[in-house]
Write a protein that binds this ligand. Structure first.
Ligand code: BTN
Length: 261
């Protein structure tokens, strides 16, 4: 059972912005958040479940979460943002998660654009979906899944080498309500800044960037791009350097990366 009132009690500035809705079981919190948007849900709605049965990941991926062990939630935003800056949303969300977890003693790293890593294994993922009208973003749903109190046996054998949890890496159990409140507080603080504090945001991302300086292989619409990961720009795009030239990429999937010796 997830105690919404405990999260509400820990919310800081502008706490009335958030409206938390809890469902014991749901298919996907992202799908439910879009349903609420269509039935007049407002920005700041947060949909949380303890048991997500059809979690969605990026592309064709799924997200598996064991009941009651993780944090599984989605946030509805209606940001005043040009469509070509929608890539800032996974960045702002990743930075908010990284800050909240760092304050809990967990130095997570961020893998562009949407993965949360701890000690070289994935411990969370972010799925940002947007609705665009003309050149403006009219709504966005940010879905966040974090493996919190899982033990290795809670992951299917096929994932054990690649997936981990906050508990497994730190040897401590965490109160999920406290973590959620910390993430929402950090997110609210970034959202309140003009232009989302883009320049400072890039600095914060850089400090937690898992890939910086690594040689990456990125799949961009069926084409492979290989180069050195040079960070992100203030639109949240990945910067890749190949043959002496650095180019921005708004979307893509990085499946392979290796440190330069
Ligand atoms: C990824 O790693 O590809 C992203 C995973 C995102 C999973 C979260 S869990 C909460 C929200 N609801 C979903 O259906 N997906 C996101």
């Amino acid at each position: 059972m997830f105690a919404i009132h405990e999260v509400n009690a820990l919310l800081e500035d502008d706490r009335e912005f958030w409206q938390l809705v809890y469902y014991p079981r749901l298919g996907s919190t992202n799908t439910e958040t879009w349903r609420l948007f269509e039935s007049a849900g407002s920005a700041g709605t947060v949909v949380i479940t303890d048991d997500q049965t059809a979690g969605r990941g990026r592309g064709a991926n799924t997200w598996l979460a064991r009941p009651g062990l993780g944090l599984t939630f989605s946030i509805l935003l209606q940001p005043d943002l040009a469509a070509d800056r929608a890539g800032l949303l996974p960045i702002i969300s990743g930075v908010a998660v990284a800050e909240a977890l760092a304050n809990a003693g967990l130095p997570v790293q961020l893998k562009w654009p949407n993965d949360i890593y701890l000690n070289g294994k994935k411990t969370g993922g972010i799925l940002c979906e947007s609705r665009i009208s003309g050149r403006r973003l009219i709504a966005a749903v940010i879905g966040i899944g974090l493996n919190v109190n899982n033990t290795p046996g809670d992951f299917p054998p096929s994932l054990r080498q690649r997936a981990t949890s906050l508990r497994h890496e730190s040897g401590r159990k965490f109160q999920r309500e406290t973590l959620l409140a910390a993430i929402l507080n950090r997110l609210r603080s970034w959202l309140a800044q003009p232009d989302y504090g883009a320049a400072r945001l890039v600095d914060h991302w850089q400090k937690a960037d898992l890939l910086i300086g690594a040689i990456v292989t990125m799949n961009v619409a069926g084409t492979k791009v290989i180069g050195k990961f040079a960070g992100i720009n203030n639109r949240g795009e990945a910067l890749i350097t190949a043959e002496g030239k650095t180019a921005p990429f708004a979307s893509g999937t990085i499946n392979e990366f290796r440190e330069v010796e």
